[in-house]
Design a protein around this ligand. Structure first.
Ligand code: 13P
Ligand code: SF4
Length: 319
């Protein structure tokens, strides 16, 4: 394998050419989440939500997986592909949901609820996954929880808002770990209602990581890919979007004649509706990680084997 490790190209066009050549040399696939910056989404082999990205990681025959997303996504790809190299452009690209569920505290929480099946949102660490019976994403959480008999007690972690939405959707009780996404937590009801008043014909599409007070005003609640489908299929010419604004890039490409209205965070002096972790990845870091084949995601093999079972269960239930 002849890998170019020369100087970092300065121009965007040189970076793109460099990434394309490295992709071929490494036999790599570039997977990107919808919250990545537009130039990364445009160069990726595949752009998707968490479920589609893990399905793609499970089936790829590329030798190297370059994950333009956050750590838990790349870690899941590594667990699914223990013999492949998985690269993440910036190792600091974490997630407040994963960080808000420390394994030792989660183990204690699980032990306090004997007899409960543990359903964990994919936004968590390999350690939390290893303590779970099944993993879910926002696109299959309702289906996964509903796969258990109605009298089976369930503990859901780490997103309490997603858990609350699943509880309501299924009219079913669950014990919830008290976590939340720091980005979706910033969307507030007052701002959304103001936008609805100013755009009375607009439809509202929201991610289930938003607080319940926000979700109650939504015409559609679902994962990033389901929000994109909703925007495509809706007859409305205006869509109010209550999730990370990275999604607007694909949405505008798919709906050039619709007006997309992002909801700002509660504090308009900051860009706090943008995920600071997703935004750590840049085209330059993508190039560098491929040229230097680092940062690489590594997972202890025993831990990976334990975390793989609930991930595979999710993939089977999502077929
Ligand atoms: P999706 O699976 O809907 O893409 O969500 C991932 C995520 O991190 C949302 O904050
Ligand atoms: Fe995690 Fe929230 Fe960022 Fe998604 S938007 S990666 S849940 S911090």
């Amino acid at each position: 394998m002849n890998v170019n490790q020369g100087p970092i190209p300065g121009q965007t066009s040189d970076l793109i050419a460099g990434i394309n050549s490295l992709r071929k040399d490494l036999n790599a696939i570039i997977l990107a989440h919808f919250y990545q910056v537009p130039e990364i989404q445009d160069i990726a082999d595949f752009v998707g939500d968490s479920l589609a990205l893990s399905q793609k990681a499970a089936e790829t025959d590329a030798e190297v997986i370059v994950f333009a997303g956050v750590h838990f996504m790349a870690e899941t790809a590594k667990i699914l592909n223990p013999h492949k190299q998985v690269l993440l452009p910036d190792l600091e690209a974490g997630c407040s949901l994963a960080d808000g569920c420390p394994p030792a505290e989660f183990r204690e929480f699980v032990s306090q609820h004997p007899g409960h099946k543990v359903v964990s949102y994919i936004n968590c660490s390999a350690e939390t996954k290893a303590m779970s019976d099944v993993i879910c994403t926002s696109s299959n959480a309702v289906k996964i929880v509903d796969s258990f008999p109605v009298d089976q007690p369930i503990l859901f972690a780490p997103d309490r808002y997603l858990g609350q939405w699943v509880k309501k959707s299924l009219n079913r009780d669950m014990v919830l770990w008290p976590g939340s996404c720091e980005v979706h937590e910033t969307f507030n009801e007052k701002k959304l209602v103001e936008l609805k008043v100013n755009h009375p014909d607009a439809m509202v599409a929201a991610h289930p990581e938003c607080p319940e007070a926000v979700l109650q005003h939504a015409d559609h609640v679902g994962s990033t890919s389901s929000i994109l489908s909703f925007a495509r299929e809706s007859d409305s010419r205006q869509i109010i979007v209550v999730t990370e604004p990275g999604i607007l890039h694909q949405m505008q490409k798919e709906n050039p004649n619709k007006e997309l209205i992002p909801v700002p965070g509660a504090d308009e002096t900051c860009n706090c509706n943008e995920c600071p972790y997703m935004r750590l990845n840049t085209l330059e870091k993508l190039y560098q990680c491929m040229a230097q084949r680092t940062p690489e995601i590594l997972v202890d093999s025993d831990l990976a084997a334990k975390a793989l079972t609930p991930i595979n269960r999710m993939l089977e239930l999502s077929r």
